[in-house]
Design a protein around this ligand. Structure first.
Ligand SMILES: [Zn+2]
Length: 461
């Protein structure tokens, strides 16, 4: 089912949304969520794939159905355990004939007994000062209840559930699957041909399956549109309580996007806002943003979004030098004024933030708060501007941008570490004043709720 937003502007294509439904695709999302599809990771890493992603209209009805669960976790039976003294490894043979290897030190460090673990907190009691990192292993056996039972040289004994062990297998495939299950770092890229997924505000608030589908989509594609919220203040706070708590910043617990006299932020005017991420003036910018439309302008004020991770990968392919510059040089950002209280913040961020393996993990770009202080050697200034220009031109191409118009009651939720968003100029009328209410959350809290919902809906995890 496709929801068509009545877009009143003519220069852009009519934007459409795809409705998220709780029952059918939740299975697909969940299996995808714990499936370490190397193909998807490849999209994130690769510099050789074609520049246009596959069109993915209503993709959860199609591609997600094909996802298969990895054979990590689930029921595991240990057939045999053998001490490899010379390597100081325990070798476990599983009933499917595969093997896993566990270092002695790691096993001793993670003993699950009540002396070594505080069961009520699932936290380690064993002190590192008491851990012999060169420990040997006296004996190992598979007990009658299929546990791996170890006796250490000091006669301390440990018992491990086979499933627990298999989940923590050190093979590259198992590690990758486990990390994907924990962090859901696989992303689906999109461009202007894509439809923003949509869900019902009240369903997300009251139904765990709907909330899970919402958060899985938010993580995977970076933006989900919620319809049907009351057109009154307080809804973003209510939605944040569904997760845990919101992120307080100098702009308050929640903030009102309106045309304000003596605005302390360019967002609080009626002017055009070019594509940006919020708050790169903080070293840890908010991970997730909620924007709720209470009142729309009579004319203008359409929203624009691009997939920043996708744009960064395109830049890496099309202009590698620009990518290298933006992912290595630190840019100063500044923001000062008074709102929740008075503030004067400064930060240094890379516009394209990459992790130790070169994967794009965050976009930090807001032209309004980019500082005039530019802490670069003279000869790097011009290359920096050229690189930034190249990135901005790329993201402003019509084929990369999705445009939509919010109506009162609409609430958009998006990944502020990934998406760049903007707004077209609007006429500040006297009768109706455009008014959005916004709030921030952080990804740690959102991912925490996602894992809890996944466990509540599916039981096992
Ligand atoms: Zn112990």
């Amino acid at each position: 089912m496709i929801f068509d937003c009545k877009a009143s502007f003519s220069s852009h294509k009519k934007v459409s949304f795809t409705r998220l439904q709780a029952t059918p695709q939740i299975r697909m999302f969940s299996s995808l969520a714990c499936c370490a599809s190397r193909a998807a990771l490849h999209v994130l890493k690769s510099a050789t794939r074609p520049s246009k992603p596959a069109k993915i209209p209503r993709f959860w009805h199609q591609t997600l159905a094909a996802a298969r669960l990895p054979t990590v976790g689930g029921s595991a039976v240990a057939r045999q355990a053998q001490v490899l003294d010379h390597k100081r490894l325990l070798q476990v043979e599983w009933d499917d004939g595969s093997y896993s290897f566990y270092p002695f030190t790691w096993l001793r460090d993670n003993c699950q007994c009540p002396l070594c673990m505080l069961q009520s907190a699932q936290a380690r009691r064993l002190l590192l000062t008491d851990l012999d990192v060169h420990t040997g292993m006296d004996q190992v056996q598979i007990s009658e209840n299929n546990k791996v039972s170890i006796t250490w040289p000091d006669q301390h004994s440990s018992e491990f559930e086979p499933e627990w062990l298999k989940k923590r297998c050190f093979s590259p495939e198992a590690r990758q699957a486990r990390q994907e299950e924990l962090f859901l770092n696989e992303r689906e890229f999109w461009d202007s041909g894509w439809q923003i997924p949509m869900a019902d505000f009240e369903e997300v608030l009251h139904d765990d399956k709907a909330a899970l589908v919402w958060l899985l989509a938010l993580r995977r594609v970076g933006i989900v549109y919620l319809k049907g919220a009351p057109a009154e203040q307080g809804q973003v706070a209510k939605l944040s309580q569904r997760i845990g708590y919101l992120r307080l910043t100098f702009y308050g617990h929640t903030w009102q996007v309106q045309d304000k006299p003596m605005a302390n932020n360019v967002a609080y005017t009626s002017g055009k806002l070019s594509l940006h991420t919020d708050y790169p003036a903080l070293h840890n910018p908010p991970g997730v943003q909620f924007l709720h439309c209470l009142q729309q302008a009579v004319q203008g004020g359409e929203s624009e979004v691009v997939d920043g991770f996708h744009m960064a990968e395109l830049l890496r392919r099309e202009d590698p030098e620009a990518f290298n510059i933006l992912s290595s040089l630190y840019v100063d950002y500044t923001d000062s004024g008074s709102d929740y209280c008075d503030f004067n913040v400064q930060s240094k961020n890379r516009i394209i933030d990459v992790d130790s393996e070169g994967r794009v993990v965050r976009i930090n770009y807001n032209n309004a708060t980019r500082d005039s202080v530019l802490d670069l050697p003279l000869d790097q200034v011009q290359p920096f501007y050229s690189a930034l220009k190249s990135f901005v031109e790329l993201m402003n191409r019509p084929e990369n941008m999705v445009t939509y118009r919010m109506e009162p009651g609409d609430l958009v939720t998006f990944d502020n570490w990934r998406l760049l968003h903007g707004r077209r100029h609007y006429s500040s009328g006297t009768r109706t004043l455009r008014h959005l209410e916004g709030a921030y959350l952080d990804w740690d809290e959102v991912m925490s709720r996602l894992r809890i919902l996944r466990k509540a809906v599916h039981g096992e995890r």
